[in-house]
Design a protein around this ligand. Structure first.
Ligand SMILES: [Zn+2]
Length: 392
């Protein structure tokens, strides 16, 4: 068995992770960080490296003979900084205030997901140091525009012919093997009333009071399905407003509600809308004055890779090889670019350093040792899937 631990250069990997965090890269502002990544891939001996017009960086390590193509995917943009102090310091600090008993790297994007990107890029070099990939190839994709849109960066690569047999998303999983996530559906519900003077409310119909019935129904009468791996579907509201507004004493004739519904892979947009319509119809049956419409706004697909998929089994083996245990499989609470890779027909598994619950928070850190361990596990995965052909 090759020594995956020794294959990784921990100091160089830590330096590279810090460098990525020190390079600001808001969505659509990824040019500088793409140059840092391209230069690192070239220095690490990738056989082919290129950056496209969206600043997606792709590095390829080729084996000696044809075989499985293994795709690593991470995004290089980060969420807004918000109130986070010194967000681009990349400092190595005591992890205690962040819930870790060891050193962490601090900075925006540490957990989401510059540490994952760094570990994936370095895994290609660590594998090459051990003579992998022997067959097939490793394709490391460091993509732009994940945070703002529906997988714009990865979508661009897939549209331009990127393909593979297996894929890994390096989004934070706390070094567990993840199978996917629920989908997200956002819609607007609007209730209609009739304006009247605020001093004479019984002369009209208050759209806010009508919306109150929707809010109660969502909390009390709306049934949500549950999934054995992805857990329960959820519903919540994100925003509410009424018009014409309180500048003059007028009872509003319009109230808008934004609903966030996390759905399971078997659910469809038509099915979700029908479920909400049934709730509205039930209110209407009790209140003939009730009038409401719905408008779908956003749809982000669910992702679920079956536990029996070879890439999941290989990831569990790689984790066991390096960490001693395959561990339990889990899922993200947020959506990742892996869903678009899955939809392109490439089975995708999740594994990455960092705690997903620190993503987008002012406590954005990643433990140093998790970055190194992640890189070792990725290296073991490359050796497993792109190693010597099994004897028949
Ligand atoms: Zn992310």
């Amino acid at each position: 068995m090759p020594d995956f631990n020794k294959a990784v250069d921990p100091d160089r990997l830590t330096r590279f992770t810090r460098r990525l965090i020190q390079t600001p890269s808001l969505s659509r502002e990824e040019e500088a960080i793409s140059q840092v990544i391209q230069a690192e891939m070239e220095a690490l001996g990738y056989d082919e490296v290129y950056t496209d017009e969206l600043f997606n960086v792709v590095g390829i390590m080729k084996g000696d003979e044809p075989g499985p193509r293994l795709l690593f995917n991470g995004h290089i943009d980060h969420a807004g900084v918000g109130e986070m102090p010194d967000a681009f310091s990349g400092a190595i600090i005591n992890g205690a205030p962040y819930g870790y008993d060891r050193e962490v790297i601090y900075g925006r994007g540490a957990s989401d997901m510059k540490a994952g990107v760094a570990a994936m890029v370095h895994a290609g070099a660590a594998a090459r140091g051990l003579g992998f990939p022997r067959r097939g190839e490793l394709i490391v994709t460091c993509v732009s525009r994940e945070e703002i849109a529906q997988g714009e960066g990865i979508g661009h690569l897939l549209k331009n012919g990127l393909t593979a047999d297996f894929a890994v998303s390096g989004e934070a999983t706390g070094l567990k093997v993840y199978l996917g996530h629920r989908g997200k559906f956002e819609m607007r519900v609007t209730t209609q009333g009739r304006t009247t003077h605020g001093g004479f409310p019984s002369g009209g119909v208050n759209a806010i009071y009508k919306m109150n019935k929707v809010l109660n129904a969502l909390q009390q009468d709306y049934e949500l399905p549950e999934h054995p791996v992805l857990g329960p579907a959820t519903v919540t509201v994100l925003d509410i407003n009424a018009s014409p507004g309180a500048l003059s004493p007028i009872v509003p004739d319009r109230c808008n509600l934004i609903v966030d519904r996390r759905f399971l892979p078997e659910e469809t947009e038509d099915g979700l809308l029908a479920g909400f319509q049934a709730l509205l119809d039930a209110i209407k049956a009790q209140d003939p004055e009730f009038k409401a419409t719905m408008e779908p706004l956003k749809w982000f697909p669910a992702m679920l890779t079956e536990p029996g998929e070879p890439v999941v089994q290989a990831m569990l083996r790689a984790r066991e090889t390096v960490m001693g245990q395959a561990g339990e499989v889990g899922n993200w609470y947020f959506g990742v670019d892996g869903t678009f890779i899955s939809q392109a027909g490439i089975p995708c598994v999740g594994f990455g350093p960092g705690n997903e619950f620190l993503a987008h928070t002012p406590k954005d850190v990643v433990p140093v040792d998790q970055v190194i361990t992640a890189c070792q596990v990725y290296t073991a995965l490359i050796a497993d899937l792109c190693g010597t052909k099994a004897e028949k």
